[in-house]
Design a protein around this ligand. Structure first.
Ligand code: RUB
Length: 320
């Protein structure tokens, strides 16, 4: 076991994802993909220690990676981007079972770097496209903490655009505070509202930007609880609603009838010392009806939810 020096670092990432220390679909996918490097680095050290010219076969490494993938999948089962990113790296790993371990390590390190590059280029593209939607003196409403949304706003600010943001605190975990802090620290004017004041926040808004955790084959978007409620209010005030997301949030399993699960978190997050006979339902996410969505801003361009799925089938073949 002492050979596996990075195992704790890997397990920490799994735990941090589980406990929301690492949150937001894109951050989760990046952390998950990077965590595979800990395992590769352990095996690389073992290979160089054994110093053999026997060209060892990578069976043990492959089974360790499959195990790691399972653990990461389970750490946040409601995150298709995490699954897609890990599948991008590992989907054909069995093909290399007859190869040498060090060659597979090289190949996988390269594949991880490619996945990270796709994600980071995608983020940049989403920011570029999204920032064009922000016009002078606009009030932009957002909910929870989406790095995709934050990056759009930061890019717009860096281009010299003058606008302000209204955001909601996002009980029970207050991810909205993270958004408010990040934006304010870059000089963006932010007004922070409790969730139940979202109508007031939206009334004065010109644009509603949210992130996404998952996109289903029916074009439904799954995002933080409250998203559909606020989208319905926004619709009433005729405020355009854009979902900002990398295309890797699409869940190909939904094609085969799999229902995207909605994360049900612990009661204690909402009310730690609640009376025994009070039941709490703490859903973390909800589906947003495609009819409420003006467009989905992705790295591939802006799409209506239904047409995005068609585009993905031809562009992201590895998912299908
Ligand atoms: C975060 C959340 C974000 C999406 C998209 O929820 O709902 O809007 O994950 O984020 P949680 P990003 O805090 O429970 O993970 O745009 O960063 O991928």
């Amino acid at each position: 076991m002492s050979n596996f020096k990075n195992k704790n670092s890997f397990n920490k990432v799994v735990l941090d994802i589980k406990n929301l220390e690492i949150q937001g679909a894109t951050n989760i996918a990046i952390a998950a993909v990077k965590s595979l490097k800990f395992i590769l680095s352990d095996f690389s050290k073992i290979e160089s220690k054994s110093n053999s010219k026997s060209n060892s076969k990578p069976n043990k490494l492959i089974s360790e990676l499959k195990n790691a993938k399972k653990k990461l999948f389970k750490s946040r089962p409601t995150e298709p981007m995490l699954r897609n990113a890990l599948n991008y790296v590992l989907s054909d790993v069995d093909k290399y079972a007859m190869d040498e371990t060090d060659k597979l390590i090289l190949r996988l390190n390269h594949r991880i770097d490619q996945a990270l590059e796709i994600i980071s280029k995608g983020k940049l593209e989403i920011s570029k496209i999204g920032s064009k939607k922000i016009k002078k003196n606009m009030v932009v409403f957002t909910h929870c903490h989406s790095k995709s949304v934050v990056d759009i706003l930061l890019l717009a600010k860096s281009k010299g655009k003058k606008f302000e943001v209204h955001n909601t605190e996002t009980r029970p975990r207050y991810q909205g505070r993270k958004t408010a802090k990040e934006l304010a620290s870059h000089g963006i004017k932010v007004t922070h509202y409790v969730d139940s004041a979202a109508r007031l926040a939206l009334k004065k808004a010109d644009l509603f930007l949210i992130g996404a955790d998952a996109i289903t084959v029916e074009g439904k978007v799954i995002n933080k609880i409250g998203s559909e409620l606020f989208a319905e209010v926004a619709k009433r005030y005729q405020i355009p609603i854009y979902v900002c997301t990398h295309s890797w949030k699409f869940d190909p399993q939904t094609i085969f009838g799999f229902e995207e699960p909605i994360e049900l978190r612990s009661e204690s997050e909402v009310w730690p010392d609640k009376p025994k006979n009070v039941k709490i339902q703490n859903f973390a996410f909800e589906q947003v009806d495609p009819d409420l969505i003006s467009g989905v801003i992705t790295e591939l361009g802006i799409y209506k939810p239904e047409s995005l799925v068609e585009e993905l089938k031809s562009r992201n073949k590895f998912m299908f």
